[in-house]
Unconditional design. Structure first.
Length: 229
């Protein structure tokens, strides 16, 4: 698959694993506790365990995909995202994200589309002074349902005054890919978070990049945007 670049009129970014980095220091502590003879890839296992703690909905959907109950699990994930407490932690920024957003600002309207609650989403954005880059911020309670339902992307598109099909959903998990495709948008997977390439491709990612900072390279350097009335 490949992106249809001319079709893209707006960008939607997930937060956890896409803008906010996973805590590799935390994962390394877990790796040190894992018996090597049981795990072929200890760091991958440790990152999966971090995901279970910080984003249980994403982990559950990945498991559900493998055993064929993904439709039922979607409702469970929606409930989890709305009702579970989010940990109060110090956020990390994916390397290069600030520079990437600065280069794209003014060329496309941009939205945050996160399953996190508004308070923790804004806490992350404010910690790194990222709010200035985004035209729209959609969080876990902004729309009737959260990702992997399409509702948050449909809402972001409406607020940016573009069609959902003109959006590019950028995220690191199958939850993001599912939501993007369900909304009729294109979906771009990044490997700097919790997701892995085979599962992102299986769910229909149009393109996969190693990290979010590479998004800039997809677009012409001087393409302006205008929010249509």
């Amino acid at each position: 698959m490949a992106l249809d670049i001319p079709r893209i009129k707006a960008l939607c970014f997930d937060v956890d694993g896409t803008l906010s980095d996973t805590d590799d220091l935390y994962a390394q502590k877990i790796v040190d506790l894992l018996p090597r003879f049981l795990f072929r890839n200890p760091m991958q296992t440790a990152r999966r365990l971090v995901m279970w703690v910080e984003a249980p909905g994403n982990a559950l959907l990945g498991f559900a995909d493998r055993i064929g109950i993904d439709d039922e699990m979607t409702a469970v994930i929606d409930w989890l995202n709305r009702h579970r407490p989010h940990p109060m932690k110090k956020f990390l920024l994916v390397p290069g994200v600030d520079e990437m957003l600065a280069q794209l600002q003014g060329r496309y309207p941009m939205a945050v589309v996160s399953a996190r609650d508004e308070k923790s989403t804004l806490r992350f954005l404010n910690q790194f002074d990222l709010c200035k880059y985004f035209d729209v911020i959609v969080t876990g309670l902004s729309a009737p349902h959260t990702k992997p339902y399409p509702d948050p992307i449909l809402l972001a598109a409406q607020k940016m005054r573009v069609q959902p099909a003109e959006c590019l959903m950028i995220g690191d998990t199958t939850v993001d890919i599912r939501a993007g495709k369900a909304a009729g948008a294109q979906a771009l997977g990044v490997l700097c978070g919790f997701g892995e390439e085979p599962e992102l491709r299986q769910l229909g990612a149009d393109l996969i990049l190693k990290t979010t900072s590479e998004v800039t390279e997809l677009f012409d350097s001087d393409k302006p945007y205008a929010i249509r009335g």
